[in-house]
Design a protein around this ligand. Structure first.
Ligand code: PEP
Ligand code: MG
Length: 566
């Protein structure tokens, strides 16, 4: 079976297929009231026991989640809620319908409270309610953080939260029916270094739990029930890949310099402070993109200023004196925060996301800016705003940044002098006015993941049109060139932090166009460094105009293959 290989490697292991669950809840019971009450009791007991088990397993990694589990266990014993549920059962309802109504009733009350802590408990209530209802309906519960055996996960789709929740020790790889190269679960898989193939269309219907699988990410191939010869062959390739990795690790501490002596900074993209480990291991010269939204995802409430401060400080300290570009919150699109209760949108990638959320819900933005500025004293911080589409947004975001900075200085907090403030160029509008924007910021970082989808009008998540989604499209390349030139004209540095920055076929052109920094998944850094060492920047610079005159992505790609090999 074929898909899009998104996180390199070879995985060999048993499949665990996560089935989609469509829940229909019958309202009127056909059972006796005492039978319904017994069903309720049984599911309360079983879910409580399961929660106790998960809590027991809560090791250091799950530390903060242990508390959530305590609260959830309490829900299963809440007499006020259960009294109401029993009352509805007495009126002829099924246990699941009574629970659904009772849970929603109390969740709404909690949500309406002044106290933030109580409001946050609504999500716990709904979570436990969901577990109870699924238990009553005999549906399986899946918890990827609680795996005890090694598996290759097979699912229709994985949300970034599912991926963030994976217990890396037991997830050998994953395969999904839908998704593309730059969907956020794909990006997470790369930073966790978990081999992954997405967009297979029908893996969940063709693979059964327990099937032996081989994932050959390079070929985008999933082999179901391979024979022993195939297993041996792939075990061998896996060992070879490890050898190649060891060879590349020799250039880990070297700078990235082209054959003609031109220096480029190769940085890593990270999602959590723990990713710094992989970044340093793979020889990152800095962090070019810290996607802070992942701090907001693995939970059911907003992270506090203190929690964020701790995370930012840890990254800055670990990486110091290397530069660290921290991007402010970029929720929306495929990164949903259920607890923000954002309205459902039919075009989430064109909707209320990123800087748009931050400039409207300024309390969220201010908290993040405070945490960032407080942490700034611990390293080389640069702040970046995502999804900028206009100069107004830049000015508003910068004004808030200045306000928060003054507020902190007044409070006596030490804030670093001269923190660079930059923006992502990931919307064609921003690229087209990059001459104007460049005068108001300290740097640009080109976000090709979104720039491609908005330029070519091709959804980055949709495997059905993935053949159109390419950084080699001449329109995308012309925009990139324009941004670099406008940035340089205004005297600011220009980097790239979309996945294209780590594309070995594209790097010769990016080098020729004069990008100062390339930020990529940590695992791409060493192969990129090795390649750059073989390239001549001056020569490549001369080739840029003719490449940009080519008409198709394929022609560009073919031309670049020759240049990359040269
Ligand atoms: C991008 O769009 O290229 C980018 C780096 O941001 P994200 O992938 O988080 O949307
Ligand atoms: Mg983006």
């Amino acid at each position: 079976m074929r898909g899009i290989g998104v996180s390199p490697g070879i995985a060999i292991g048993k499949a665990l297929v996560l089935k989609e669950q469509h829940v229909t809840i019958e309202q009127k019971s056909t059972r006796s009231k005492s039978e319904e009450l017994e069903r309720l009791q049984a599911s309360l007991a079983s879910v409580r026991q399961k929660l106790e088990e998960i809590k027991k397993k809560a090791t250091l990694e799950l530390g903060d989640k242990a508390q959530i589990l305590d609260t959830q266990i309490l829900v299963t014993q809440d007499e006020e809620l259960l009294g109401a549920v029993r009352g509805s059962i007495g009126g002829g309802m099924t246990a699941e319908a009574a629970l659904e109504i009772g849970i929603e009733f109390y969740a709404k009350i909690l949500e309406g409270m002044d106290n933030e802590y109580m409001r946050e408990r609504a999500a716990d209530l709904r979570d436990v309610g969901g577990r109870l209802i699924r238990h009553l309906l005999g549906l399986e519960q899946q918890d990827l953080s609680a795996l005890t055996e090694d598996y290759i996960i097979v699912a229709r789709d994985l949300t970034p939260t599912d991926t963030a929740n994976m217990n890396k020790a037991h997830v050998l790889g994953f395969v999904t029916d839908i998704g593309g190269r730059t969907s956020h679960s794909a990006i997470m898989a790369r930073s966790l270094e978990i081999p992954a193939i997405v967009g297979t269309k029908d893996s969940t219907s063709r693979i059964k739990t327990g099937d032996l699988l081989i994932l050959d990410v390079k070929e985008g191939e999933v082999i179901i029930e391979p024979d022993s010869q195939q297993v041996d062959l792939y075990e061998k390739s896996r060992a070879e890949m490890e050898e190649e990795k060891k060879r590349l690790l020799k250039i880990k501490t070297q700078p990235s310099i082209s054959a003609d002596g031109h220096k480029v900074e190769l940085a890593a993209n990270i999602g959590t402070p723990t990713d710094c480990e992989g970044a340093l291991y793979n020889g990152a010269e800095g962090i070019g993109l810290f996607r802070t939204e992942f701090l907001y995802l693995k939970r059911d409430n907003l992270p506090t200023e203190e929690e964020q401060y701790t995370a930012y400080k840890s990254v800055l300290k670990t990486m110091a004196p290397r530069p660290v570009v921290i991007r402010t919150l970029d929720v929306g699109g495929d990164k949903e925060l259920s607890y923000l209760n954002l309205p459902r949108e039919s075009n989430p990638f064109l909707g209320y996301r990123a800087i748009r959320v931050c400039l409207k819900q300024t309390d969220i933005f201010r908290t993040q800016l405070r945490a960032l500025l407080k942490a700034s004293a611990y390293g080389n911080l640069k702040i970046m705003f995502p999804m900028i589409s206009s100069l107004d947004e830049v000015r508003q975001a910068k004004a808030l940044f200045e306000e928060v900075k003054l507020e902190l200085i007044k409070e006596g907090v030490t804030v670093s002098e001269g923190i660079e403030v930059g923006i992502m160029i990931e919307i064609p509008a921003a690229a087209l006015i990059s001459d104007v924007l460049a005068k108001e910021v300290d740097f640009f970082s080109i976000g090709t993941n979104d720039l491609i989808q908005y330029t070519i009008a091709v959804d980055r998540m949709n495997e059905g049109i993935a053949y159109l989604y390419t950084p080699f499209h001449p329109a995308v390349l012309r925009l990139i060139k324009m941004v670099i030139e406008n940035g340089h004209q205004a005297g600011i540095w220009v980097g790239m932090c979309g996945e294209a920055a780590g594309d070995l076929d594209l790097i010769p052109l990016l080098l020729g166009m004069g990008l100062e920094e390339l930020s990529m998944s940590a695992i791409s850094i060493l192969p990129a460094r090795e390649l750059i060492g073989r390239l001549n920047q001056e020569e490549l610079k001369k080739k840029v105009p003719e490449i940009l005159q080519l008409g198709t992505a394929q022609e560009v790609q073919e031309k670049l293959k020759v240049l990359g090999g040269a």
